[in-house]
Design a protein around this ligand. Structure first.
Ligand SMILES: N[C@@H](CCC(=O)N[C@@H](CS)C(=O)NCC(=O)O)C(=O)O
Length: 216
């Protein structure tokens, strides 16, 4: 059946939630149109509501068989893409690795509020490290411990958290970018992982678009 995708995202410099399904979409190789909504403007909310009933981006519109379905929420979009494009292998094949990868993705989706607040995504910028509270340090320690543990098991299989690039990597890619932006140093294995994520063609394209938003 033929289908058409439109991915609605927020400003690329800022919208960490939008980056996640964008990377998943790019990993499927499927064609898609993109609508970028500028965040932090007076009209942002009404602009988003024209596309997404949740009033939040990202949203994925799927036109198929005479129907248009809007999937909102980053993780729901990633899950939908994984199901519709099984060949992309967006979740690990092995059931136990898949279970762990899901736990990683959900932990990111639901948590790390202090880290997200103190180190907001500004993907095309390089900024001084701000004062880090104990809560932020705890978030950083938990993220880095989780990455270490996954990479220890799977590094040799492809260099991503669960070997092959997966939704777990999509979910953490904005955190990788925050560590780069705010110069948070990482141990060698994690620094290599960070370089691998930052070097993805999809990530580079997103960052280039963010630079253009800044007029750089
Ligand atoms: N849980 C949602 C969070 C989405 C979210 O908070 N998106 C922000 C942009 S990154 C947003 O749409 N903010 C609305 C606004 O700025 O008016 C998801 O995972 O997609």
């Amino acid at each position: 059946m033929t289908f058409r995708y439109t991915l609605v995202v927020g400003s690329k410099q800022l919208s960490s939630w939008s980056l996640r399904p964008y990377l998943a979409m790019r990993a499927t190789g499927a064609a898609f149109q993109e609508v970028v909504i500028a965040l932090n403007r007076t009209q942002t909310h009404s602009d988003i509501l024209r596309h997404s009933p949740s009033g939040k981006v990202p949203a994925l519109k799927i036109e198929e068989g005479g129907e248009v379905v809007t999937v909102f929420d980053s993780l729901a979009i990633c899950e939908t893409l994984a199901e519709r494009h099984k060949e992309a292998g967006l979740w690990p094949d092995a059931p136990l690795a898949r279970a762990r990868a899901r736990a990683y993705a959900c932990e990111m989706h639901a948590g790390f509020a202090s880290l997200r607040k103190t180190l907001p995504m500004q993907i095309a910028s390089r900024l001084p490290t701000p004062e880090l509270s104990d809560e932020v340090r705890q978030d950083i320690a938990r993220v880095t411990a989780a990455w270490e543990e996954a990479l220890l098991h799977h590094d040799k299989d492809g260099g991503f958290l669960f070997g092959r690039f997966s939704i777990a990597d999509c979910m953490y890619a904005p955190v990788v970018s925050r560590f780069v932006t705010y110069d948070i140093s990482l141990p060698p294995r994690l620094a290599q992982y960070s370089e691998r994520i930052m070097a993805l063609a999809s990530m580079q394209d997103w960052i280039e678009a963010a630079r253009k938003e800044l007029g750089a």
